[in-house]
Design a protein around this ligand. Structure first.
Ligand code: BG6
Length: 479
């Protein structure tokens, strides 16, 4: 068993979840910077006015801003071929709407990219990963406003020109389809419909704003693809989706049709627009049934048609079941909704573990788009602990990753054009949904805890050595 030659093994992170240095180098305030920490059971909070004495996890995160060289050296030790990271918009444009970029921010990422290249690690850059500049939330309610497009393109232009010849792979928006759910409104689009202190998981939702925001993001993404190709014909630009594989709970046709409708909305709508360059018909029915009106400017259709992405990427963590039975309880902890699958176990956060679902989905994606695919996030959030002998024995994580890699290999044998795998949080970092450090994904343990203690020191987990061997053998040795 081995993967295609040149397969990109690596890892993935996002700026706001690991960098810290939230006010250094001229950086402005991003939406995550006003979020408190939470836990598996208590939601983190959005506090537009920072509270004195409250802990804000993104402010220092894991201090990667000061330790990126050490971290990239550790990735190189594992043999990474690719490192997926994001550029904090507010390091380049502190408020988001300035005309000229902040040189110190550009320099920081230039140095980070050079550090990757030094080890032969191919960078994959997420342009926008869950961190709209907070100024643009206050000014325009984030992506609900069309003027965001120009600011985003200005950001793209600054980084496309600056990193030409160094970066080849770009992703326009992380998990763009998260905004088909209420949670994505603030997280992905910086939309706050009411400015007051509130639970992250219980925001005032306005679906119209979210779908209008998505339209703006589609237009921005298509224009960014075109801009990237104009600046450097070697640039490859991808979309990035949450792949939330779902199954009908029973073979009752009523369940099947609900599953298809949910799948259309969650898994296919955004990638259909980004890969095919036009809105699918089923979404028009959804808009009509849900009283959603999306305003489109003349010419938007042409922009979408001219800017399909070059490749497809997704995160994959879990699957769920769908049913027409309104009395069935939705899965506890499964933030993507659906009801529990009786055949699957779940993580400590209630995310149902389903490696075969990954093979199934990769086949579906390939059948639909025939574009190269990367799995750019996957992994197990778990409560790790340091043993008395100083080791972190995360065999449960190894089991999780092994079973998913095996199923990716099956997908390759099925004929899927899979190009790379960058598991999430290759170094422990702050959780996006709960804001906690306790939910760890890394191959590298970071001594940072949810009460703000810890000296940020790094320690290799058992999975570090295991993953190194996986990469060395191109996926042949998974033991
Ligand atoms: C994806 C995001 O949703 O999943 C990441 O792109 C996130 O930003 C990851 O961290 C895991 O989710 P969580 O909530 O466990 O951090």
């Amino acid at each position: 068993m081995s993967f295609p030659k040149g397969f990109y093994w690596g890892g993935a992170t996002a700026a706001n979840q690991l960098e810290g240095g939230w006010q250094e180098g001229g950086k402005g305030v991003s939406c995550p910077d006003i979020c408190t920490g939470g836990t598996a059971t208590v939601s983190k909070r959005i506090t537009p006015v920072l509270e004195e004495g409250t802990f804000y996890p993104s402010h220092d995160a894991i201090d990667h801003y000061h330790r990126y060289k050490e971290d990239i050296a550790l990735f190189a030790q594992m043999g990474f071929k690719m490192y997926r990271f994001s550029i904090a918009w507010t390091r380049i444009f502190p408020n988001g709407d300035e005309e000229q970029p902040n040189e110190e921010g550009l320099k920081f990422y230039e140095s980070l990219i050079d550090e990757c290249l030094k080890y032969g690690i191919e960078p994959m850059v997420t342009i926008s990963h869950y961190e709209v500049p907070f100024h643009l939330t206050k000014k325009w309610n984030g992506w609900a406003d069309r003027r965001m497009i120009d600011c985003y393109l200005n950001f793209c232009k600054a980084i496309f020109t600056r990193y030409k010849g160094k970066v080849k792979y770009w992703l326009t928006f992380n998990e763009i389809n998260s905004a088909t759910t209420p949670m994505g409104g603030f997280l992905s689009q910086g939309i706050l419909n009411e400015i007051k202190t509130m639970d992250f998981m219980d925001q005032v939702d306005n679906p119209n704003n979210r779908f209008q925001g998505l339209h703006h993001q589609f237009v921005a993404s298509a224009l960014a693809v075109k801009m990237a190709h104009d600046i450097d014909p070697n640039y490859q630009v991808g979309c990035m989706q949450i792949m939330a594989t779902s199954y009908a709970l029973t073979c009752n046709p009523e369940d099947e049709i609900v599953n298809q409708q949910k799948g259309h909305l969650m898994n296919w709508f955004c990638s259909d627009v980004q890969c095919r360059g036009k809105y699918p018909n089923y979404i028009k029915r959804y808009f009509k049934d849900n009283n959603i009106t999306v305003h489109m400017e003349p010419g938007d259709d042409d922009i979408l048609a001219a800017g399909p992405v070059d490749f497809y990427t997704c995160s994959y963590y879990m699957s769920n079941c769908q049913t027409a039975d309104k009395f069935k309880e939705s899965g506890k902890g499964n933030i993507l909704g659906g009801v529990p699958n009786p055949y699957l176990k779940a993580s400590d956060w209630g995310w149902q573990i389903d490696p075969i679902g990954l093979r199934y989905s990769l086949n579906e994606i390939w059948d639909r788009y025939q574009k190269p695919i990367f799995v750019v996030e996957n992994g197990l959030g778990a409560y790790d602990k340091i043993d008395e002998d100083g080791k972190v024995c995360d065999d449960y994580r190894i089991d999780y990753l092994r079973s998913h890699i095996q199923q990716m290999h099956e997908a390759v044998l099925d004929g899927v054009d899979l190009r790379g795998y960058t598991p999430w949080g290759c170094i422990d970092l702050v959780s996006a949904s709960t804001g906690e450090m306790a939910k760890r994904y890394g191959f590298i343990f970071v001594e940072r805890y949810d009460d703000g203690t810890g000296d940020f020191s790094r320690r290799k987990k058992e999975s570090f050595y295991w993953y190194k061997k996986v990469i060395e053998t191109n996926g042949e040795d998974l033991d």
